[in-house]
Design a binder for this molecule. Structure first.
Ligand code: CP
Length: 320
């Protein structure tokens, strides 16, 4: 049976607005499960899910694990260190060996752009992209959309600016695709050296001054400077970056309206975002993390063939 999302979730570029809305709407009833004393329902009982995390992660890995366990799936998590990948086993051989043990889904994070699709084309299990190189991070994009929709009520016409290291950011790509499909206006802001050469092709407004971006936007999604992916001198120094592009309380206070603050994490405090902004009254950074579990529950449920109209009923069977 093909699910409402198809076989895999690899990106937001190929999802329709209706599919994106379906995930967000399905996540809403799942939020309540995490607020219960016993956070478990039987919706995915009997499903076996493998989390392959070949790149560092805190939020995404743990959030997927919680989502799977709260839906009663059987799960195994594997990192490259300690697995036979260290002995030279390929990604496909690893996945095929796991399939021989009769798994149902693979969640993969990988440093190479395209790794999730490469795997999805070669195995029968459902594949969920948990971030591949600089390509996409679809569940992060979805949880950002849910957090914005929770706050503003609608994404239609919402002005969102993505600030910082867009060049290396899979989160930026998923946000741009997702927000534009849902009718939001999207802008980016950062040093030219950290914007893709083809940024105009994405149909976004480009701001070169963060003050202009703050004045325009209703929400800022502030990106981490991905120093580990920078193999050249993209910025003069972290101090210089903070001085010119850092989002500070002083800069936000100069705006004529309140601006909602998002950040996918992990944060470089004092570089792209100051602590009093990250922990300030307009920050929804921890709401994003909370929503991440519900969004991932929704994606797992839908890919497993769960019927959206039964998501409310799927919450039953657990103890409140
Ligand atoms: N936002 C995000 O992907 O965080 P992690 O790298 O900790 O998973």
């Amino acid at each position: 049976m093909t699910s409402a999302l198809g076989k895999d979730l690899l990106d937001l570029e190929s999802l329709t607005p209706d599919q994106i809305r379906l995930v967000l709407d399905t996540a809403v009833p799942f939020k309540e499960i995490s607020e219960r004393a016993i956070k478990k329902v039987p919706a995915l009982r009997g499903q076996t899910i493998v989390n392959l995390f070949f790149e560092a992660s805190t939020r995404t890995r743990i959030s997927f694990e919680f989502a799977e366990k709260r839906l009663s799936a059987d799960t195994v998590s594997i990192a490259s260190s300690g697995s036979s990948v260290q002995k030279g086993e390929t990604l496909v051989d690893t996945a095929r060996n796991l399939e021989a043990m009769r798994i149902d889904m693979v969640v993969i994070r990988h440093g190479a752009s395209g790794a999730a699709r490469f795997l999805a084309d070669r195995i029968e299990s459902n594949v969920i992209n948990a971030g591949d190189g600089t390509h996409e991070h679809p569940t992060q994009g979805l949880l950002d959309l849910l957090t914005l929709r929770d706050h503003f009520g609608s994404l239609e016409g919402l002005r969102v600016c993505i600030v910082g290291d867009v060049l290396h950011s899979r989160v930026a790509r998923s946000n741009i695709w997702g927000l534009k499909k849902m009718g939001a206006e999207v802008a980016v802001c950062g040093p030219k050296s950290l914007l893709p050469y083809s940024i105009a092709d994405f149909g976004v407004t480009v701001f070169s001054r963060v003050e202009e971006a703050i004045e325009w936007a209703q929400a800022l999604n502030i990106l981490r400077l991905q120093l580990e992916r920078m193999h050249a001198g993209y910025i003069p120094s972290l101090r210089e970056y903070n001085r010119v592009f850092g989002v500070s309380r002083e800069r936000l206070e100069r705006a004529t309206h309140d601006v909602l603050i998002l950040h996918p994490g992990p944060m470089n405090r004092g570089v792209e975002i100051d602590s009093d902004v990250a922990d300030g009254p307009h920050s929804v950074i921890l709401n994003q993390v909370t929503n991440g579990v519900a969004v991932r529950m929704a994606v797992l449920y839908l890919l497993a063939g769960g019927r959206p109209e039964l998501a409310e009923a799927a919450k039953g069977g657990g103890e409140r």
